[in-house]
Design a protein around this ligand. Structure first.
Ligand code: TXA
Ligand code: MG
Length: 316
């Protein structure tokens, strides 16, 4: 199969209608999309990225009017948040309507809904007239793609088309929120920060600490092939000569938004640089920094320290 990078939205919408999978741009990261109402098409998503079937997919829709078609008993809080943040980088998990095939939600009775803001993705939604299930367009476990070229390097030969919508304007995935059960929770920190959410909902719980609630939230994820380590002693470790060390350095960026924007593409670049290892330092655990640190933690193999001139690793 030849994979073509295209800009033609009609071709992209046609692929969705035909039940094929396609690389699609969103404002967060690129997605691997298919018609969410077509079980076979959705199965192709799992096969293409070798994603385990127990990890559910986000269903992308064009507006809040669609929420009640695919979700049931949607609480007011969802609409309050959507008014402020959707279209945009936030995902709402609500009770699932039967119309969504079980394969989409990995058999769970809840479904993740998101209204993306990328213009081209929205056009594809309008023209195909169907909700689109889409995980990030990387092979399972790899770094999420933030450009059409990144998708090509992940999935070349496995899909017909990638719709090129330029570089993603945010660079990390959406914030995933759960509205099932008796409490509102954040399952994955993302582009919309906890503070911004709490300004609308009041205090909420972090559903992440401790046990895994979102099936896809395994500890290892979004990782480069080159071992990446978190370090405290950043300056000294950079000086080690015996090993070729790639440095994931954020000091050139002005703020957290810029770090998020460049995080995955910088990781990808370093990963092709033939280094023995990559080191990075966590950012301030605040605002968008929480999501950035979460991705660094997942990408890393643990913390590395220099003890008596020897590198020691504390596995995570
Ligand atoms: O920004 C994003 O969210 C991107 C773009 C393409 O929209 N998508 C994305 O999808 O990051 P994915 O599949 O890579 O991550 C979605 C996360 C996974 O951790 C998955 O387990 C969780 O959301 N999730 C999806 N549906 C769920 C459900 N019904 N219950 C619990 N967790 C769910
Ligand atoms: Mg992903």
């Amino acid at each position: 199969m030849m994979t073509k990078v295209i800009k033609d939205i009609d071709i992209a919408a046609d692929e969705i209608i035909k039940g094929n999978v396609i690389g699609l741009p969103t404002e967060t990261v690129y997605g691997l999309g298919a018609n969410a109402l077509n079980e076979n098409a959705v199965l192709k998503i799992f096969e293409t990225k070798e994603r385990p079937l127990f990890n559910p997919l986000i269903v992308h829709v064009s507006g809040i009017g669609e929420f009640e078609k695919y979700g049931v008993d949607i609480p007011d809080e969802v609409y309050n948040l959507a008014e402020k943040f959707s279209p945009g980088p936030i995902t709402y998990i609500v009770k699932k309507n039967k119309i969504i095939p079980d394969i989409v939600s990995a058999g769970l009775d809840c479904v993740a809904l998101r209204i993306p803001s990328h213009k081209m993705f929205r056009e594809v939604l309008f023209r195909s007239e169907t909700p689109i299930a889409a995980p990030s367009a990387n092979r399972s476990g790899n770094i999420s793609p933030t450009s059409a070229e990144d998708v090509l390097s992940e999935l070349e030969g496995k899909i017909n088309y990638i719709l090129d919508g330029g570089n993603c304007e945010i660079g990390i995935e959406s914030t995933v929120m759960s509205f099932v059960g008796d409490e509102v929770k954040i399952l994955r920190h993302g582009a919309v920060t906890k503070n911004e959410i709490e300004n609308i909902t009041g205090k909420i719980r972090d559903g992440i600490n401790g046990k895994i609630i979102s099936p896809g939230q395994s500890k290892n994820h979004y990782a480069p092939v080159t071992p990446l380590y978190i370090v405290q002693d950043f300056e000294n470790l950079q000086k080690i000569k015996e090993k070729r060390i790639g440095v994931l350095d954020f000091s050139c960026y002005r703020n957290m938004t810029e770090i998020a924007l460049n995080l995955y593409s910088d990781m990808r670049k370093l990963d092709t640089g033939k280094f023995d290892l990559i080191i990075c330092r966590k950012v301030k655990e605040q605002g968008l920094g929480i999501a950035i640190n979460d991705r660094l933690q997942r990408a890393s193999r643990g913390e590395m320290k220099l003890i008596d001139h020897e590198l020691k690793v504390e596995a995570k």
